[in-house]
Structures are given as structure tokens and as C-alpha cells.
Design a protein around this ligand. Structure first.
Ligand SMILES: Nc1nc2c(ncn2[C@@H]2O[C@H](COP(=O)(O)OP(=O)(O)O)[C@@H](O)[C@H]2O)c(=O)[nH]1
Ligand SMILES: [Mg+2]
Ligand SMILES: [Zn+2]
Length: 269
């Protein structure tokens, strides 16, 4: 039986991309007994009932490597966290929460700094803030037409979810990337729709380079799961060289005197 990857699910139908094209499938396999619900990103085994009309059944869901809850998508390789230098200003707390979460889930992250045409200096400041984290950083502007090649390289052959506040330019970036890199030349109206809609169902959009991207409507809130306050420091890679040098044992790096984690930041700015 052929295998494929679910690219979207709508109204009980799942669209499965396989070697021979995209099949419209219903779920029927034994996995339903375990109330396992197929997700975009799932690798599945399907049985074809009509080759001409491209219809089939999902018979089996392969074990998931990873699963996100919001957006509900499986087997992603990385998350591109998008902030803009202006309109809106970066929400650093949200960005940090997302970075902590991806580290906890052991997902790779890319920090995309968008709309750099609006404030070059502030872009440098944001890069400076995150340069020691070890995460990949890319600066983008659709107005100046920069950063897209670098970003496209980072997306090659991977499933990447785009996340960030609404208005930072996620859909613009994706339309742009899909314009230049999409496999099939998509229908124009379809593309406009895609830009307008705040996508409710996660959908895998295929890149020419073999990877997929997933748009999200943006996070208004985000919950960190199960991290003890004293362990939070371990999710900031740039703290590592200073932790343990603070004056007080158990320093929370907030207001304690002699804190070495805060010190370099205070003196440099
Ligand atoms: N100046 C500037 N504006 C941009 C850029 N990218 C997107 N925008 C604008 O930002 C607004 C929000 O973009 P959108 O892609 O819908 O953001 P999303 O909510 O994150 O999907 C739109 O008005 C875009 O035209 C950019 O590189 N520079
Ligand atoms: Mg959008
Ligand atoms: Zn400290």
C-alpha cells in the first residue's frame, strides 16, 4: 500500500500527498479505535479506492516524532519565529516563551526579523539581543527584497511552522516564498485567499525544494508547560557562561545584587 503525508484535513477529509499525487482520503484504519486523529504532517499508509478520482482511505498512521497542539500539526522539523522591528514592535516576552518552548520540545528554531526596511538600527539591536543564543537569525524585508534566499535555504527539505504575533508579516513572507519556490504555479485567487485568511486549519504548503511550510494565525497567548522557575535559566543558552558565578546561590537573576547573568547586559547598554 502506498504511503504519503497529510497536507491538510477539512470536514472529515484528509488530503494525502504521495508519490502519485494528492489523494482525498477518509480515515478508517485501526488507529480510530485508539481515538487517534490524523493530523497534517502525519505520515500515513493509504489504500486507493479510485485512482482516477484520487480517492482513498487512511489505513495507518506512522508513529509521530513530534506533535504540536496549536497549530495541530505533526512531525515538524522547525519553527520560524517571526518578529517585526516595527508595526508591531517585537513582543520579546512572547518570543522568549516560544524559544523556551521549542528548546524544551527539542525543535529547531529560526528567528526571522521582518520589516527591516522600517528601522535598520532597531534590527541591529534585536540581532544583538539574540546573537548569543545560538539560534539561526535571518533579517527580512519584502519591501527591500532581502533575506528571502537565505530563508529559503533554511527551509529546504524541512517542515517549518511559521509563528509570531499577528501583523508581523508571516503570510506575506509565505506568499513570497511560495511565489518563487512553489512546485506548481498556484491559482492566483487561491493565493490571494491564502493571504487574506487567518488560516484556521493547519495546512502544509509544499516548497519546490521539497519542504513544507505551515502558516498560523499568530499566537495571542502561549502557555509554557511544566518548567520549574529555577530550571528556566537553563533554557537561555546565552546565560550558560554566567550561571554559577552569581553572588547568591539560587540567584533568580532578577534583582539580586552581584548577579553575573544580568551584569554584562547592564554595563553594555
Ligand atoms: N514595511 C513592511 N511592511 C510589511 C512587510 N511585510 C509585511 N508587511 C505588511 O505588514 C502587514 C501584515 O502582514 P501579514 O503578512 O498579513 O502578517 P501576519 O498577520 O503575520 O500574517 C501587511 O500590511 C503587510 O503589507 C515588510 O517587509 N515591510
Ligand atoms: Mg497571516
Ligand atoms: Zn544571577
Amino acid at each position: 500500500m502506498p504511503s504519503g503525508i497529510i497536507i491538510k484535513g477539512i470536514g472529515g477529509f484528509y488530503y494525502v500527498k504521495s508519490e502519485n499525487g494528492v489523494y482525498e482520503c477518509k480515515a478508517r484504519g485501526a488507529f480510530r479505535k485508539d481515538s487517534k486523529i490524523p493530523l497534517p504532517g502525519d505520515e500515513v499508509i493509504l489504500s486507493v479506492v479510485d485512482e482516477e478520482k484520487k480517492k482513498g482511505y487512511i489505513e495507518e498512521i506512522c508513529p509521530r516524532k513530534i506533535q504540536l497542539v496549536r497549530p495541530a500539526v505533526a512531525n515538524i522539523n522547525q519553527i520560524a519565529l517571526v518578529v517585526s522591528v516595527k508595526s508591531p514592535l517585537p513582543d520579546f516576552t512572547l518570543l522568549d516563551k516560544l524559544l523556551v518552548t521549542v528548546m524544551q520540545k527539542k525543535i529547531n528554531a529560526i528567528i526571522c526579523i521582518n520589516k527591516i526596511d522600517l528601522d535598520e538600527e532597531y534590527k541591529d539591536f534585536v540581532v544583538d539581543c539574540y546573537k548569543d543564543t545560538g539560534f539561526e537569525i535571518v533579517a527580512i524585508s519584502s519591501v527591500l527584497d532581502v533575506g528571502f534566499e537565505q530563508l529559503a535555504k533554511m527551509l529546504e527539505g524541512k517542515i517549518t511552522v511559521f509563528a509570531g504575533q499577528s501583523g508581523v508579516g508571516k503570510s506575506t513572507i509565505l506568499n513570497r516564498i511560495l511565489d518563487s519556490y512553489v512546485m506548481k504555479t498556484g491559482d492566483i485567487s487561491d493565493k490571494i485567499e491564502r493571504g487574506k485568511h487567518t488560516t484556521r486549519h493547519a495546512e502544509l504548503l509544499e516548497l519546490k525544494s521539497g519542504g513544507f511550510v505551515v502558516d498560523t494565525p499568530g499566537f495571542s497567548s502561549f502557555e509554557l508547560s511544566d518548567i520549574e522557575p529555577e530550571h528556566l535559566q537553563n533554557y537561555y543558552p546565552e546565560f550558560k557562561e554566567y550561571i554559577g558565578n552569581c553572588k547568591f546561590v539560587g540567584c533568580s537573576h532578577i534583582t539580586e545584587p552581584g548577579c553575573q547573568v544580568k551584569r554584562p547586559w547592564r554595563t553594555e547598554r
